[in-house]
Design a protein around this ligand. Structure first.
Ligand code: MSP
Length: 660
């Protein structure tokens, strides 16, 4: 009997269209589900929609339609996005499903019959936005401690779940199951929360105040609190959506992935509800961090909500999946910035991975008639063994990282191998071997090592970037369907027989032409702005008036200026761009990364005098090509027609320091 693996996402409120936060958890769950399938587990991956409650009722009222129509209209937006993101869910639940509603009523009745639900008068401070009551001591100057919106005093007869009765049992469970709440910082938060006496949980709302919910089976005038209804989805879905009639029982869930804001509802409400129903608790609750966008909280009113569909349209599904999981450790908060996205896309996907694949396939085409040759063990070197060793252990490394939900480290390991393989190409220089018939055997060995590395890479990428993995597989002429080939059956290094021709295909990650600048002030060199200094040179060969405006330059607001990210950078290497008297190619240290910048400063400086200088660069300028050489930013310099000097600061500041 295979191991059962049950992974869930939160069910999303249908009060608006899906955004990056929803996409984030769903992609992470998808990676775990795909990995478990490769391991041979029986997998149930559940996601869906939370369709009841005040937020949805309010959103429907705002749209002037009834709540069910509102949900029916928004539901496809989520389903479509999951399809575009290549999400492989086994079940998609909607809390308005009739079967779910019946099961919620059954759970309520069970708890009621056991005396765990009672009726009482309740007066408290109610936050409409969060749909929850707060006690006097929680409220801060009339505001909800969670969302900072005004609360109102509400008195009503409600039904309560005796949550307090399970406080000790829950504390004990958390202490004896260290893997139950992850990461540790979140576990400590819940432990801290449970130090204070736990109250009972109001689990009903009078229909007079809120009608959009599941009716209580023992009181037709009330509906269930939306969280009671929603949390039950994790068990109700198994009863009517599980596509595995003869699969092992999926409860308890292997992992509920949730955002940090909904950890308490899961760790405390859900756990005690399950205890009341005498059902086992999920094995793990993992709370991930939140995304800000360009350094700010994401919100509709700020107009900075990242639309996943737009990102997919421009960069493709896999680049978006890659970035979200690579950029930020899963449990931590992170910032989504287009500059960071472009930089990873260009450097890691287009240059490293894309290039490795196209170089290897091109060489197999040119030097081996589109076939994977047999290696000659006599010609193997230490580097070959290192490549083989890293490649064959890659999947184990990924599994270890994902066991700890360290998606970013798993991807780092994959990209580490990509870089190693690129170095292997540079070092072995197959194009030189190809010129010497006496070294034909060595050439075969090298090409074979590269093909084997790509084969393993495509397999390892399957859970993260399924389209890319399939494309690599196809181009390598592999016949197995990697999304279903089991890890235990995967042919070890050197044992696969390549029968089919390989083909190069088009670029997996086409290089992107990045629009002129993030700001709107850039003007082409051909019509230089009448600005005073400083002058910005680089990326696009255009000068940017990051200067105090004069009469004939349009003024910009501080908001616009703040979009330009200036940083200190140290020049590590400098060389002339061939056939240009003006352009220099610089390698600069930006603190957390190294970048290549092309700057028009070659008339003023000789390359060797620049090395070691600390300068100011525009860090969030989209990369561009200058005379065919990529520039990932631009340096700031003073001067009008002629460049007179590079900008630096008086103190010797470390690379990466922000300049404001
Ligand atoms: N309906 C409840 C969950 C019920 S689960 C039984 C809910 N829905 S939600 O649509 O408001 O939020 C769903 C998830 O999106 C939460 O896990 C939340 O943390 C996540 N995110 C919302 N904004 C986010 C970011 N800016 N960044 C990352 N995740 C974010 O809560």
């Amino acid at each position: 009997m295979p191991n059962a693996f049950y992974v869930t996402t939160p069910i999303y409120y249908v009060n608006d269209v899906p955004h990056i936060g929803h996409a984030y958890t769903t992609i992470a769950a998808d990676v775990l589900a795909r990995l478990a399938r490769l391991r041979g587990d029986a997998v149930f991956f559940l996601t869906g929609l939370d369709e009841h409650g005040q937020k949805v009722q309010q959103a429907a009222a705002k749209a002037g339609i009834d709540p069910q129509t509102h949900c029916d209209q928004l539901m496809p937006k989520f389903k479509d996005l999951w399809e575009k993101l290549n999400i492989s869910q086994d079940g998609f639940i909607r809390t308005t499903d009739a079967q779910h509603q019946t099961i919620v009523q059954h759970c309520l009745q069970t708890l009621y019959d056991k005396g765990l639900i009672y009726q009482a008068e309740y007066t408290g401070w109610y936050c409409t936005f969060d749909e929850r009551f707060w006690t006097e001591k929680d409220v801060l100057e009339g505001l909800c401690p969670d969302c900072r919106r005004p609360v109102e005093q509400v008195s009503e007869r409600n039904y309560f779940f005796r949550m307090s009765q399970f406080q000790d049992q829950l504390k004990e469970h958390i202490h004896t199951h260290p893997e139950f709440i992850q990461p540790d910082s979140r576990r400590n938060e819940v432990i801290g929360f449970l130090q204070k006496p736990l109250g009972d949980l109001s689990i009903s709302r009078p229909k007079s105040r809120l009608s959009w919910g599941i009716e209580l089976p023992f009181d037709r005038d009330c509906v269930a609190y939306v969280w009671f209804d929603a949390l039950v989805n994790y068990i109700s879905a198994l009863e009517y959506l599980s596509a595995h009639p003869d699969a092992p029982t999926f409860w308890p869930a292997s992992v509920h992935l949730v955002g940090k804001d909904i950890l308490t509802t899961h760790a405390v409400y859900w756990s005690t509800m399950l205890m009341g129903m005498e059902r086992p608790l999920p094995q793990c609750l993992f709370a991930h961090g939140w995304w800000t966008v360009e350094g700010e909280k994401m919100s509709k009113s700020r107009g900075n909500v990242v639309d996943p569909s737009a990102m997919i349209e421009e960069f493709g599904t896999d680049a978006f999946r890659y970035f979200l999981l690579r950029e930020v450790p899963f449990g931590q908060d992170g910032n989504f910035s287009l500059a960071a996205f472009h930089s990873r896309y260009q450097a890691e996907l287009a240059n490293d991975l894309g290039n490795l694949v196209s170089r290897t396939l091109a060489m197999l085409g040119n030097f081996s008639q589109h076939t994977v040759p047999h290696p000659d063990p006599q010609t193997e070197t230490e580097f070959d063994h290192q490549l083989q060793q890293t490649t064959s252990t890659l999947f184990g490394t990924i599994e270890e990282h994902l066991h700890r939900f360290e998606f970013h480290r798993a991807l780092e390991a994959i990209m580490g191998l990509v870089q190693l393989a690129n170095q292997y190409i540079d070092k072995t220089a197959p194009w030189i071997l190809a010129k010497d018939p006496a070294r034909a055997a060595r050439l075969q060995t090298v090409l074979f090592h590269l093909a084997e590395t790509l084969r393993f890479l495509s397999y390892a990428l399957t859970p993260f970037m399924p389209h890319t993995a399939e494309a690599m597989n196809r181009r390598l002429g592999l016949t197995a369907d990697i999304s279903t080939s089991l890890l235990s059956n995967y042919p070890p290094w050197g044992t696969y027989t390549y029968n089919n021709p390989v083909s190069k295909g088009t670029a997996l990650f086409p290089k992107k032409d990045i629009p002129a600048t993030q700001g709107s002030q850039t003007t082409p060199t051909s019509s230089p702005p009448a600005s005073k200094n400083p002058q910005a040179l680089g990326s696009s060969g255009k000068s940017s008036p990051l200067a105090i405006p004069t009469d004939d330059t349009p003024q910009i607001g501080i908001d616009e200026f703040m979009k330009v990210q200036l940083k200190m950078a140290k020049i590590l290497e400098a060389e002339r761009v061939p056939k240009s008297s003006k352009l220099l190619k610089l390698q600069v240290d930006m603190g957390t990364q190294q970048r290549q910048i092309v700057a028009g400063i070659g008339k003023k400086y000789a390359p060797e005098e620049l090395v070691g200088k600390t300068i100011v660069v525009v860090a969030n300028l989209k990369p561009a090509k200058l005379m065919g050489v990529e520039s990932q930013g631009m340096v700031l310099a003073a001067g009008e027609k002629d460049m007179l000097g590079l900008l630096g600061v008086a103190e010797d500041l470390p690379p990466g320091t922000t300049v404001k």
